[in-house]
Write a protein that binds this ligand. Structure first.
Ligand code: NAI
Ligand SMILES: O=C(O)C1=N[C@H](C(=O)O)C[C@H](O)C1
Length: 240
């Protein structure tokens, strides 16, 4: 596949490092610090798929530019979902293809699946438990809470009706789900869902050991997307 990389930071470079080994060619790099190339310089004849990992402030414009150029786009940037409906509408209007995941790791997507299952079971059986989400990331991360923590929170809110909203701080009422953020050194990404009662604690935890799992998942999505039209995520890709 011919890949256009948008964003050549920690994730862009990890993806580039894995792409050649899977038989892909990086035909362009768009990064305002690392390159002078622009998305508008590329056509569907030159690019099979664009992969976007940049910044919360940049992601929507990059996704929109890809869709207007007719380039299928796999987006991993977090912190821009207030624009997601607009992006989805543009994908429909341009008959384009947009793939978004707050986390491309297959392990994290299993964690999301188990999180929804546990929340539904806790709702069915377990009175007396409170629940909270914690995410820990490196100190360079600009958005808070992480996209992954937000997806986990949505999975709880949809299946555990005692919680009706989330707060990026300790809960101030029983119906609030605390989503706590910690920033420490070079931590790649750790997410925990913890149910606590007077009797015991139940934890679901994912700890990324490197960025390889994110990059492999983004490449899986990039291999899957070309030829499809619409808006997709890891549930469609993995059949979860
Ligand atoms: N969905 C997932 O699985 C994952 C998502 N992420 C998200 O991906 C994003 C990027 O993460 P990292 O690579 O760690 O960040 P980074 O800061 O290491 O790299 C970002 C790169 O984007 C470039 N950039 C910034 N604005 C740009 C623009 N307007 N156009 C083109 N390039 C631009 C920067 O120059 C930088 O090289 C973040 O939002 C992060 O939360 C990170 C890891 C996994
Ligand atoms: O910024 C990061 O590094 C990460 N961001 C994603 C998120 O916000 O959930 C995914 C991963 O945890 C790493």
């Amino acid at each position: 596949m011919k890949i256009l990389l948008i964003g050549y930071g920690k994730m862009g470079q990890t993806i580039a490092g894995l792409a050649a080994g899977r038989g892909h060619e990086v035909v362009g790099i768009v990064d305002h610090q690392a390159s002078t190339q622009r998305i508008e310089d590329f056509t569907p004849a030159q690019v099979d798929v664009a992969i976007e990992f940049t910044h919360p402030e940049a992601a929507f414009a990059n996704v929109a530019a890809c869709l207007r150029q007719g380039l299928p786009v796999v987006c991993g940037s977090t912190g821009w979902l207030h624009h997601f409906e607009e992006a989805a509408q543009l994908a429909t209007d341009t008959h384009g293809a947009l793939f978004y995941a707050s986390n491309y790791s297959v392990g994290v997507n299993l964690f999301f699946h188990f999180n929804e299952y546990i929340a539904a079971k806790m709702n069915q059986f377990a009175a007396g438990y409170d629940v909270q989400v914690t995410e820990i990331h490196h100190t360079q991360k600009v958005d808070q809470p992480s996209g992954t923590a937000l997806t986990a929170a949505e999975g709880i809110l949809a299946n555990f009706p005692a919680k009706t909203s989330w707060r990026n701080a300790p809960a101030q009422a029983p119906y609030e789900l605390a989503v706590l953020s910690e920033r420490e050194g070079t931590v790649v990404g750790t997410h925990e869902v913890r149910y606590i009662s007077a009797a015991d604690t139940i934890e679901l935890r994912h700890e990324a050991h490197s960025r390889q799992g994110f990059a492999e998942g983004a490449l899986l999505a990039a291999e899957w997307l070309p030829g499809r039209h619409g808006v997709f995520g890891m549930k469609e890709l993995l059949g979860l």
